[in-house]
Write a protein that binds this ligand. Structure first.
Ligand code: UDP
Length: 239
């Protein structure tokens, strides 16, 4: 029987993972499928913390490009991640998993505030923890959130599920037929080659804190579980 390669993981999903083909909004049937995959991975015994982005609803940068004040636009983005987190929590709980949403911006009526030691306790008790509202500050991304929280909770790895790409390529494979997929990379190569993996803040944070990252496709059924077992399905980035 397959077992988990890791004791504790951070699973980063972009908001688009909850939106289906249109890339916009929250689609319950799509989320159900993601939840099922997380549940199967959880059955391997790994402790799972999930971070969902908000790009299926709102990105701060888009708002600021259209003339909004950046801080306000980013707070709207953080609220979008809370909506996604609640939707994912609902699907996970319908499958019988025990979950907690922890928010970096206090909203006690709907979720617990983020407290590092409490997050770790939930994980030890087998609960799936969902980190919402990013790090709680504008000018950051949910990729940076994944990196920061992974360091704080002592996760072994960040598993980054991408929507329509199965790893990191030398160029956009949809635009360049010569684009080459990397099996492994170092963070410094990602920065030097300006590869589109995460923003530079998140990349340098992972490099400085030696947090490994696996980029893989969530479009294929069973891939979250495969990534958890350490199967070579995407690109692994290490220090
Ligand atoms: N955001 C932020 N601070 C954070 C995390 C997120 O300001 O710590 C805002 C930012 O505006 C971002 C939006 O929330 O555009 C949604 O997050 P992200 O773009 O990372 O979502 P994804 O692309 O993963 O769906």
């Amino acid at each position: 029987m397959k077992t988990s390669k890791y004791k504790r993981i951070v699973l980063k999903l972009s908001g688009e993972a909850l939106a289906g083909g249109e890339g916009f909004g929250i689609k319950p049937d799509i989320i159900k499928n993601v939840a099922k995959e997380i549940s199967e991975a959880r059955d391997l015994g790994v402790e799972i913390a999930v971070i969902v982005g908000g790009g299926n609803i709102w990105r701060g940068k888009t708002g600021s490009d259209l003339g909004m004040e950046r801080g306000t636009a980013d707070y709207i983005g953080m609220l979008a991640t809370v909506m996604n987190s609640l939707a994912l929590q609902d699907s996970l709980e319908q499958l019988g998993l025990d979950t907690r949403v922890l928010t970096s911006i206090e909203m006690k009526q709907i979720a617990e505030p983020y407290i590092r030691r409490r997050a770790i306790r939930h994980l030890e008790k087998g609960r799936v923890v969902i980190f919402a509202a990013g790090i709680g500050n504008p000018y950051f991304s949910t990729d940076t959130t994944a990196a920061l929280r992974a360091a704080e909770i002592g996760a072994d790895v960040i598993l980054m599920g991408k929507n329509n790409v199965d790893g990191v390529y030398s160029a956009d494979p949809k635009l360049d037929s010569n684009a080459k997929k990397f099996d492994t990379l170092s963070y410094i190569e990602v920065l030097q080659k300006n590869l589109q993996v995460m923003d530079a803040t998140a990349t340098s944070f992972c490099m400085d804190n030696s947090i490994p990252l696996v980029v893989f496709s969530i479009s294929e059924d069973g891939n979250i579980k495969r990534a958890v077992t350490g199967e070579n399905i995407g690109t692994t980035i290490t220090k």
